[in-house]
Design a protein around this ligand. Structure first.
Ligand code: NAD
Length: 472
């Protein structure tokens, strides 16, 4: 039955929204004590997170399986290993990140020295989503702690097993008066958003992103919004087709069955190349998931029946269902949808208008590959653009002419694993970024500090402004 396989939102009231003010007060008291600012506190919390990640691997993969039937290997690679490397980098680099950065001074301030001091913002809120419910909750918290803040995390109620595990683990491993997990859905989040925070990092849809930003504006609270959008993969005919196709599958179906913000939303290729591309996709999909992908253990299910119905409706639209070239099977009881490919569906269909966030893959064909610029630029700026080509001119054209959160050539998704690259969107796909030092910077204020001495005091700058001074 549905209830046996799904972990739909449970009606549990673990947090009383009336207590949101008290919660923030406790966090603020902890921050005001000065404790969280010290290097030692930050390191101790990070060390405890590292320990938790070592000791609780099994519980984490189990929770992810309950919430999404996420295959163990996929859960391990995409959530646990990534969280570990983020935590380890912070442990290794924190001392360096905290060192004030010297900058040049000018002749008008001589003698002086100047530096940028990174100071914690104070009490911050992280609101997370359900598709990578563990990583996307913990990773911003690692950044907030590294920067010396007190932090509240609100995981997604749509992944309840992971949400309650996070609450349990944070209580067990971290300093509870400075790091808290609040479980809940819209009422609880709304109550949290009414409070004054010093920064909010929100991951989720642009619709709720607007609610978060409006609530933050009341307190002049800055936000990082990690949103989504329709991220395309452009495939030129000059590619190594097998490698390109395997990497596209890895960035769509083998990544939470398409339920990923940086997953491939749709493909753009040329009319003459599309038959070869579809053939290669069919062959490699069968290699990955067998002849019957609906029964493959290596592919996640759809997270909830709400999401299942939304996807089913996208496929059901007029002039869409007859464009299926592969897949299309669905099982509502098991919340499963097969990898599905559609060719040249109408531009105005919902499938081409909204972010798909599931296993449906439309292919858009163009006369020549450069026409893909117009296809992408006629839409809101995506979180990622993937381009498969060996043509250096074409690569240059994409970098120069297409604006997106990130851009990756000849692969999918992996740009997010480079901690030296900021992860974040632009325009409709979000604002601000995190990962690696960008997380530390995102949760810090960069204070401008100038040191002067009492020597070299010139009367030139002071009144009375005599004609001699004016001539200077
Ligand atoms: P969502 O916006 O519905 O929910 C995310 C969070 O917002 C949850 O914690 C939820 O409790 C809270 N929330 C929902 N409604 C709210 C309301 N009315 N008021 C206050 N809080 C509310 O998003 P989702 O469906 O969980 O996620 C899907 C979207 O997230 C997609 O667009 C996807 O691309 C995006 N996403 C982005 C990233 C990224 O890192 N950029 C990662 C994953 C997902």
């Amino acid at each position: 039955t549905l209830s046996a396989v799904t972990s739909e939102v449970e009606e549990k009231q673990t947090f009383n929204p009336d207590k949101a003010g008290e919660l923030v007060k406790e966090l603020r008291n902890s921050f005001n004590s000065g404790r969280t600012k010290s290097y030692e506190w930050r390191m101790s919390q990070l060390e405890n997170i590292a320990k938790m990640l070592e000791e609780k691997e099994k519980e984490i993969t189990e929770a992810l399986y309950k919430d999404l039937s996420k295959p163990e290997v996929e859960a391990f690679i995409s959530e646990i290993v990534t969280a570990k490397s983020s935590c380890n980098e912070a442990l290794k680099e924190l001392r360096q990140w905290m060192i004030p950065q010297k900058v040049n001074t000018s002749i008008t301030t001589f003698p002086s020295s100047a530096e940028i001091v990174s100071e914690p913002l104070g009490v911050v809120l992280v609101i997370s989503t359900w598709n990578f419910p563990f990583l996307l909750s913990l990773d911003p918290v690692i950044g907030a702690i590294s920067a010396g803040n007190a932090v509240a995390l609100k995981p997604s109620e749509i992944a309840p097993a992971t949400s309650s595990l996070l609450a349990k683990l944070v209580e067990e491993y971290l300093d509870n008066s400075a790091v808290k997990v609040v479980e809940g859905a819209v009422p609880e989040t709304t109550a949290l958003l009414e409070q004054k925070w010093d920064k909010i990092l929100y991951t989720g849809s642009a619709r709720v992103g607007r609610i978060v930003m409006a609530a933050a504006a009341k307190h002049l609270t800055p936000v990082i919004l990690e949103l989504g959008g329709k991220s395309p993969a452009v495939v030129h005919s000059d590619v190594d087709l097998q490698v390109a196709v395997r990497r596209i599958i890895a960035g769509k179906w083998a990544l939470n069955n398409g339920q990923a913000c940086i997953g491939v939303d749709y493909i753009i290729t040329t009319k003459d190349f599309v038959p070869k591309l579809i053939e290669a996709l069919k062959i490699e999909l069968e290699q990955f998931f067998g002849k019957d992908a609906m029964n493959s253990k290596d592919i996640s299910r759809i997270v909830s029946s709400t999401q299942f119905k939304r996807l089913a409706k996208l496929l059901d639209e007029d002039k869409v269902s007859d464009k299926i070239v592969l897949g299309g099977q669905m099982d509502e009881n098991q919340l499963k949808i097969a990898p599905t490919i559609l060719l040249d569906i109408p531009e105005e269909s919902q499938l081409m208008q909204e972010e798909i966030f599931g296993p449906l893959m439309p292919i858009v064909t163009v006369e020549k590959i450069e026409d893909s610029f117009d296809v992408i630029n006629s839409r809101p700026k995506p979180l990622a653009v993937y381009v498969f080509t060996n043509n250096e001119q074409l690569k240059k054209g994409f970098v120069e002419n297409i604006s997106s959160g990130g851009m990756l050539f000849n692969d999918t998704v992996l740009h997010v694993s480079i901690s030296g690259l900021p992860f974040g969107g632009v325009g409709e796909s979000g604002m601000g970024s995190y990962h690696g030092k960008f997380s530390f910077d995102g949760f810090s204020h960069k204070k401008a500090v100038l040191y002067r001495s009492f020597s070299g005091d010139s009367s030139l700058r002071y009144p009375p402004y005599t004609p001699e001074k004016q001539r200077l």
